[in-house]
Design a protein around this ligand. Structure first.
Ligand code: AMP
Length: 589
């Protein structure tokens, strides 16, 4: 540890990792971090080659990385199966009968799935997909509640080389329609409904609306029965998940796919009205999520790890599914809202199951503060050993509350900065070594060459604001925007010469710590979720009453940012029935 940092620690400006944690951590000194970090930049082949050995490869790679920006390939020539790495490879070990998923539904129903059970369910469903015509490279849209079957469906796609595109269950029919049109998915996997804040979300009905009228690429809709809803079954198109299982075997050998075989598309907001389909491939993504799960969460077999994100977001992909399962972790998942039926639902879960690692968004933490600490104090949270945050900047007050009230000053906090595009953590503390400062995502993870630059690409000085860029490729980076290579180049690789531009503004302090200031493009971050202002504007002007709309963000105490829309209405006819020019009646403003 540098003298400067030691002095700061004495002055109380840093929070040192708790001793007990540090003693057991995989990386146990700042020297070790710096040595590994240097190696990851100076000899990426050696560093990443060694890390990738932590996974099972069907065929070894010939070269670790090959790049000609904006394109990069990782583990070139290697072959592997992402599902096999998350499931099958644990079967020959003591993890075979260990819980992979510990699930609680919002109404209080509970299920545990061991790795052996997960394997069986994934194989069965992979055969269901095949039976319904899905082949390697085909796109499958998944629109599910947060139930084990959502994860089974993702892994089943990966097993047969199909490309999943998960759409968050809170999104509308229009979102499904847009994503289907862009991805050309042939199969939709959904449920009749899911539970959220005491209500049932009618997922299948939303899919029906999305498929109404017009051309569609969808041949099949596979429906899991979750909420016992009466639903419409379209003949020759819709099938029940449980019925399909009757026709298939539980044997589905995994095949090796090229390291650059597409694994998934995940749509995220950009600065235009149309969300972009971020494409991730297999080998590099898996190495990145595996390696960060291992070092940043310091995952152990005895942990019960809970990332509260939905699988509809990148955090759910990387840190509910691929990262932790490839490490053989036991993952807690919960279907519903944090304040249902009361604001202590999360703490009930932590206490009842003995959660040891808890990873959530600053917005959730600010809501807990608002609801009051008495909801926390009712519960024994002593099982917790590590806390994490993701999705948006955390204000120091919320950080301190998290540290003191939830972590009882015993748990390190990892504030992880990363994006849908980066696939895995990029700036983050390592919990056993990095002294933390409330509100800073601290230092770069291995292989991440981060810098803050001005418009010309020149590095700015200490504590000067600028653009956060990454100066060289990393294994889990996006491989493109689905179907739009020009937009990929223009958006990420053209704004700062030779660098990946994150879209975020940041500064770096005298200790080299990164502080994220916020987005520099027309993207808002509301409750940790990205919203393009242009997207909200185009939704508003789609309404027949709206002539013009302009959207901006404003600071919000809980959600970080809130949306403010300025809307000009069209004239309304005197019958108050028609908007626009179609009424032959009189106009009123
Ligand atoms: P998404 O791709 O939806 O996960 O959003 C990524 C964006 O969220 C980033 O570009 C940042 O603006 C913001 N973000 C994510 N994690 C953090 C963090 N730990 N601190 C500050 N901002 C964050």
């Amino acid at each position: 540890m540098s003298e400067q940092i030691e002095t700061h620690l004495k002055e109380g400006r840093f929070f040192a990792p708790p001793k007990e944690f540090a003693q057991r951590a995989r990386i146990s000194s700042m020297e070790e971090y710096r040595r590994m970090y240097r190696e990851s930049l100076e000899e990426p082949e050696v560093f990443w080659g060694r890390e990738a050995q932590g996974l099972d490869w069907r065929e070894p790679w010939e070269r670790v990385v090959e790049w000609e920006l904006p394109d990069a390939k990782w583990f070139v020539g290697g072959r592997l199966n992402a599902c096999e790495n998350c499931v099958d490879r644990h079967l020959g070990t003591a993890r075979r009968h260990k819980a992979a998923l510990v699930w609680e539904g919002e109404p209080g129903d509970k299920r545990t799935m061991t790795y052996a059970q997960l394997y069986r369910q994934v194989c069965l469903f992979a055969n269901v997909l095949k039976r319904n015509g899905v082949k390697a490279g085909d796109r499958v849209l998944i629109y599910m509640p947060l139930i084990p079957e959502a994860i089974v469906a993702m892994l089943a796609c990966a097993r047969i080389g199909a490309v999943h595109s998960v759409v968050f269950g809170g999104f509308s029919s229009e979102s499904i329609r847009d994503r289907l049109a862009d991805s050309g998915a042939s199969v939709v996997v959904t449920a009749d409904g899911g539970y959220r804040r005491g209500q049932i979300v009618t997922l299948k009905q939303n899919v029906d609306h999305a498929l109404e009228g017009g051309e569609t690429s969808v041949q099949r809709v596979i429906v899991f029965r979750r909420a016992n809803l009466e639903i419409h079954i379209e003949e020759h198109r819709d099938v029940w998940w449980h019925r399909e299982l009757e026709y298939v075997s539980a044997e589905c050998p995994a095949e090796g796919f090229d390291s650059e075989h597409p694994l998934f598309i995940l749509y995220t907001s950009g600065s235009t009205g149309k969300p972009k389909g971020i494409l991730h491939t297999t080998g590099g993504y898996l190495v990145g999520t595996h390696c960060t799960s291992k070092y940043v969460f310091d995952l152990r077999d005895e942990d019960l790890y809970w990332c509260t994100a939905d699988v509809g977001w990148i955090t759910g992909h990387s840190y509910v599914v691929y990262g932790p399962l490839s490490c053989g972790a036991t993952c807690m998942i919960y279907e519903g809202a944090p304040n249902w039926p009361e604001p202590d639902r999360f703490w009930r879960i932590v206490e009842e199951y003995g959660v040891t690692i808890f990873y959530t968004a600053p917005t959730a933490i600010r809501s807990f503060i608002k609801w009051g600490r008495h909801w926390v104090e009712k519960h024994d949270l002593s099982s917790l050993r590590l806390l994490g945050t993701v999705g948006e900047p955390i204000n120091p007050e919320a950080w301190m509350w998290y540290y003191e009230v939830i972590g009882r000053k015993k748990c390190p906090i990892v504030d992880t900065w990363w994006q849908t595009e980066t696939g895995a953590h990029m700036l983050t503390p390592l919990p056993g070594v990095t002294p933390t400062k409330p509100g800073s995502a601290t230092l770069p993870f291995f292989g991440v060459d981060a810098a803050i630059v001005d418009e010309e690409g020149r590095e700015v000085g200490v504590n000067e604001g600028g653009r956060l860029v990454i100066r060289r490729p990393w294994p889990s980076m996006l491989r493109g925007i689905y179907g739009d290579p020009a937009r990929y180049r223009e958006q990420y690789w053209s704004q700062v010469p030779g660098c990946y531009f994150t879209g975020d503004g940041a500064r770096r302090d005298e200790d080299g710590y990164f502080w994220i200031v916020g987005r520099m493009d027309d993207v808002l971050n509301v409750a940790g979720h990205r919203l393009g202002t242009a997207e909200v504007e185009s939704a508003l002007v789609a309404h027949p009453a709206v002539a013009e709309a302009a959207v901006v963000g404003r600071p919000d105490e809980i959600k970080g940012q809130a949306v403010v829309a300025f809307v000009t209405l069209k004239g309304v006819c005197k019958h108050r029935q028609h908007f626009g020019r179609n009424c032959e009646g009189m106009w009123r403003k």
